[in-house]
Design a protein around this ligand. Structure first.
Ligand code: NAP
Length: 543
């Protein structure tokens, strides 16, 4: 019997709420806060034992923000902004988790959150117009509104490598890092992957490890984070500028305090361009990527100039020219994969106890009892770490058995790529809101800024329904198809579709290759959402 069938057949009486939220990360916590304000009874179901979502799960060494800390926190509460002091420009995971726990305490959120309950399935009950959820422990609950706040990068992906169960040492995915102190000094450690997670992890682990071996398939363009502590003097200044910073984020493409330079790479001389690249290279955060000339993301020739600049930096920093070449990306345009921000990543490879295996030259054949066997060698390890990423954007939803009208499964509906309206609803799944869903600006965003936009839109929509004595909202197939075409059209003007990345679903074998986010930026996305609401929720049927 499928999970959905079990949910339908289960005789246990389900508790009923006005709204159920799945996930107690940044989005789920804020959605709970806003729905409570509307006077709704709300229950949040969370798989982990605490709040924090991404920052609860990803406890690997080196995990930290790539967004400026003070632009990442919630903006909705002046007292919260006043009370919380970030200690670094880019906060590390333990501090971020403490912040989210502080928020949960301050707004007394935990009393409505049911922890350690992963949702297995949820079924729309047509006659009663409600969603019924079933947890993996067999608990059931019902609500008129169901809001998924399951995150973009929360379904860990571990590749199906032959012999994966044979390894006798310890092994885990970075997103399932143990909730205990892990001592890797004197250990032989293997890391598979070289994405943003691996870059942070490797830099930190390399400092105190017996032997570290990195298995890299694709080299990435990594850029300095340039992090540092926030001084006492800066603390006051930052707090005084909160309103201005959030306003700046509202109007920038990715909701960062960085935004693209409207000039073309070719509007300035080669020397002037190099000087601008050099200046941005030494600035904190994503400025080098998202504060650069706009056409690096749309024109391959413009992109080639910045790609070559980064390649030169790699050659300067890695002592062994053979390793430097291995770390140099040559198969994709700069910025078409999420740019990892680093704090000494390239120098890690100058250490005698760190080695790099090029999987293009010598692919992994299998895991063995002792370690990893590639085409030409067997490497022995005490610990193997999978920094192999996530079934991004859609994975956290398709891993739940979600059944809409007529028993239609969301996973089946999305077999050829996601179909949503505004990234917030799916036709055939009434009263289900997908905060930070597919084809939503939140997938390419300083995510709390987009979360606040999403949550406020959903909250306003539910308020509207209640004020107008309406019980049901559902996206039309036509509106959904228009939105899909719009998303495709917008991204077709960029270089993203040319690169195999998680943005394109290309990191998961068998997943349809299509852009999963919204490539038009937050301001344009917000305008579209606001326009729909102002027209009485055009493209939706309200009943
Ligand atoms: P990722 O970018 O998808 O990287 C996964 C890595 O695993 C890639 O190097 C990939 O190689 C490799 N890999 C996958 N399958 C493999 C296989 N079968 N054999 C060998 N290698 C394999 O995942 P991630 O590094 O976890 O990052 C995901 C996203 O999380 C980032 O892009 C970012 O948005 C977010 N993140 C954010 C922060 C932050 O804000 N501070 C930090 C870390 C991550 P290929 O490239 O060849 O596929």
């Amino acid at each position: 019997m499928s999970n959905a069938e079990t949910a339908r057949a289960s005789p246990i009486v389900a508790e009923t709420f006005d709204a159920i939220v799945i996930g107690a990360g940044i989005a789920g916590m804020y959605q709970l806060y806003r729905l409570r304000e509307l006077g709704l009874s709300v229950r949040v179901f969370e798989a982990g034992s605490g709040v924090g979502g991404t920052w609860y799960w990803n406890r690997y060494p080196g995990a930290r923000f790539d967004s400026e800390s003070y632009t990442y926190g919630y903006s909705f509460s002046k007292t919260l902004l006043e009370e919380w002091n970030w200690s670094e420009h880019f906060s590390a995971q333990p501090e971020t988790l403490r912040y989210l726990e502080f928020v949960a305490d301050k707004f007394d959120l935990r009393r409505d959150i049911h922890f350690n309950s992963r949702i297995a399935s949820t079924v729309y009950q047509e006659t009663e117009n409600c969603w019924e959820i079933l947890t993996e422990h067999g608990e059931r609950a019902r609500a008129k509104f169901l809001i998924t706040a399951v995150g973009v990068l929360s379904a860990p992906y571990t590749p199906d490598i032959p012999g994966i169960g044979d390894f006798k040492g310890e092994s885990w995915h970075t997103a399932n890092w143990p909730h205990r102190a892990v001592d890797l000094s004197n250990k032989r450690v293997g890391v598979i992957g070289s994405g943003a997670t691996a870059v942070q992890l490797i830099t930190e682990v390399a400092k105190n490890v017996g032997q570290l071996t990195v298995f890299q398939r694709t080299a990435n363009f990594c850029v300095p984070l340039n992090n540092r502590p926030i001084t006492t003097a800066e603390q006051g200044d930052l707090k005084a500028r909160y309103d201005a910073m959030f306003e700046q984020c509202r109007h920038s493409f990715g909701a960062f305090i960085h935004d693209f330079d409207p000039r073309s790479v070719f509007d300035v001389s080669k020397d002037a361009r190099e000087a601008i690249f050099e200046k941005l290279w030494h600035e904190p955060g994503f400025g080098f990527w998202l504060g650069n000339f706009h056409d690096i993301m749309t024109d391959e020739k413009a992109n080639a100039t910045i790609a070559e600049f980064v390649r030169k930096k790699i050659r300067e920093r890695v002592k062994d020219p053979v390793i430097a070449e291995r770390l140099t990306p040559r198969d994709h345009c700069f910025g078409t994969k999420r740019v990892p921000l680093e704090s000494g990543y390239y120098e890690a490879y100058n250490r005698p106890n760190v080695q790099l295996v090029d999987l293009h030259a010598t692919p992994i054949e299998r895991l063995t009892q002792k370690g990893i066997k590639t085409k030409d060698a067997e490497y022995e390890f005490d610990v193997i770490i999978f920094a192999t990423g996530f079934d991004a954007v859609t994975g956290a939803l398709t891993r739940i058995d979600i059944r809409g009208e007529g028993g239609q499964g969301l996973k089946d509906k999305w077999r050829d790529g996601p179909r949503t309206y505004l990234g917030l609803q799916v036709a055939g799944f009434p009263n289900l809101f997908t905060v930070v869903g597919a084809h939503n600006a939140a997938n390419f965003c300083n995510v709390p800024r987009c979360i606040e936009q999403n949550v406020e839109w959903v909250t306003a929509c539910i308020r509207y329904l209640r004020e107008h004595d309406l019980n049901r909202i559902r996206a039309t197939e036509k509106a959904e198809e228009h939105w899909r075409q719009h998303c495709e059209e917008v991204v077709s003007h960029t270089l993203f579709p040319k690169t195999a990345s998680w943005f394109m679903g290309a990191n998961i074998p068998g997943k349809k290759r299509t852009f999963l986010g919204y490539g038009g930026g937050l301001p344009r996305y917000r305008d579209k959402c606001d326009e729909v609401a102002a027209q009485g929720y055009a493209g939706f049927v309200l009943e």
